[in-house]
Design a protein around this ligand. Structure first.
Ligand code: HEM
Length: 446
């Protein structure tokens, strides 16, 4: 038995059919050969794109020469009304300055300071869990959003402003279903700019609410009464080069991306992890046994969850929340004996790389034990990029690798999850990898 994998399309389809498939879901719009190919070319009337699966090529683009392969503008088009000039969308000097201010807040030692807020969120998530038939993505979204509010602003999701932001984000996501696809779909450049009115209005409301959080915090900082959380750390950090801090407007941009990048992704990973635990009860029992160590809020407890961590890593391999990323070639290149023109779109696909048939042993199997094998270790270094890699690596990677295993273990300490007959989730790529009709599980108290 292998865990759910979307069907691939036939090798050859018309451009029109490809566009239709794409609109439905980018994962099932791709041919099966991408799980074996080192590089593939897509020609469209408007531009060319290349999918890169060869570890050396991925390394060139992400790690060795990131400045030559900036983020493609096309990716940002669907997100700009919400994210403004956030670190997720910028390039060049602006991006470098933003990372200089943000990165220190997420450094290893600081994670320890953030841990109590995560712990409280994990307790709250466990207390909220219902019994019986449950759609688990809803639960994990709630939990991951709570983690962000608690770590960033020291408020729980029940706070009136926090809960307003959370609900407004849901409206936004519903009104903006083809996010991110502009980079691959052969549409003229102006098309994705025609945002629906509702999407724009919703983005404006979210930014207004976040603005209130930021203003409130700026006042607390000025009064010397601010809690020492991520928002305070970021808002009081001066750029070591220029000495400037973020303006309130820039901070709103960053908070919007922390919320979006930090909650959608973790929610997706946690939901798939719980589904996999239902499919593989022997692993679920191992996680539940480790979870007995979670008795008091102490960062050291994380070192007692090695199996849970491997389970979470394996989940990120099979269901990478960000399935594909896009970069743009700023100069002509020659890759694998092919001329890649300037302006070409380069697609890096954790989804395909993580299941590559020429790299991984039993690529579609769920086996957390693989991380202790020679093949697993090698592929972990060369062919595993759930958080991307290089200079633009996810700022929240370390954060997510604490949050994910902690919440997974905490929930399984209290409940046993089992699959629901007839409800096999079908992975589809929305903003992150989700299940077409949600992920349904049976929950029973342990
Ligand atoms: C399992 C959880 C997560 C996954 C799988 C994930 C994955 C990723 C990936 C793949 C990227 C690169 C996207 C690209 O280059 O196109 C990224 C960027 C980013 N992520 Fe995460 N992320 C996670 C959690 C978080 C959290 C918790 C935060 C913050 C609290 C966060 C903040 C960011 C930011 C700010 C960026 C932009 C970095 C830049 O472009 O310089 N992420 N994430």
């Amino acid at each position: 038995m292998i865990p759910p994998k979307p069907p691939s399309r036939p090798d050859r389809v018309s451009l029109w059919r490809y566009m239709q498939l794409f609109r439905q879901d980018i994962l099932s719009a791709q041919p099966a050969r991408l799980y074996r190919a080192w590089m593939a070319e897509f020609r469209t009337p408007f531009f060319r794109s290349y999918l890169m699966n060869q570890p050396e090529l991925v390394k060139t683009v992400l790690k060795d020469r990131p400045d030559d392969f900036p983020k493609s503008d096309r990716v940002g088009e669907g997100l700009r009304p919400l994210l403004g000039n956030s670190v997720f969308l910028t390039n060049g000097e602006v991006w470098k300055r933003q990372r200089r201010i943000i990165d220190p807040a997420f450094e290893g030692g600081r994670l320890r300071e953030t841990f109590p807020a995560m712990w409280d969120a994990s307790e709250a998530a466990a207390a909220r869990l219902p019994e019986g038939l449950v759609e688990i993505e809803e639960q994990t979204s709630h939990a991951a959003a709570d983690v962000i509010f608690r770590t960033l602003f020291s408020i729980p999701i029940e706070d009136a402003l926090a809960s307003a932001v959370f609900h407004e984000f849901r409206t936004y996501q519903r009104s903006q279903p083809i996010l991110n696809l502009a980079a691959f779909v052969p549409l003229p450049r102006w098309m994705p700019r025609l945002f629906r009115r509702e999407t724009r209005a919703s983005a404006a409301r979210i930014r207004g609410l976040i603005g209130q959080l930021v203003d409130r915090r700026a006042e607390d900082i000025a009064a010397g009464a601010a809690p020492d959380d991520l928002a305070t750390k970021i808002m009081t950090t001066r750029d070591p080069v220029t000495g400037a801090t973020f303006t309130p407007e820039e901070m709103v941009d960053q908070v919007a991306i922390f919320f979006l990048a930090g909650h959608e992704t973790s929610a997706s990973a946690l939901a798939w992890a719980l589904y996999l635990m239902a499919l593989y009860p022997e692993w679920q029992e191992k996680v539940a046994a480790e979870a007995q160590a979670l008795v008091a809020c102490d960062f050291a407890v994380m070192s007692k969850l090695p199996v849970t961590r491997d389970v979470f890593r394996e989940t990120l391999r099979l269901y990478p929340p960000v399935p594909m990323m896009v970069r743009e070639a700023t100069c002509p290149e020659r890759f694998r004996d092919r001329d890649v023109r300037r302006g070409s779109q380069l697609v890096l696909s954790p989804w395909h790389l993580h299941r590559h048939a020429r790299l991984w042993d039993r690529p579609d199997d769920f086996d957390p034990g693989r991380w202790q094998t020679e093949n697993g270790r090698r592929c972990g270094r060369d062919a595993y990029i759930p958080f991307s890699a290089g200079a633009r690596v996810c700022t929240g990677a370390g954060f997510a690798m604490v949050e994910g295993p902690l919440i997974l273990a905490r929930l399984l300490r209290d409940v046993v999850v089992s699959p629901v007959e007839g409800r096999v989730p079908v992975p589809v790529a929305h903003l992150t990898v989700r299940a077409r009709d949600g992920i349904w599980l049976n929950l029973a108290k342990r």
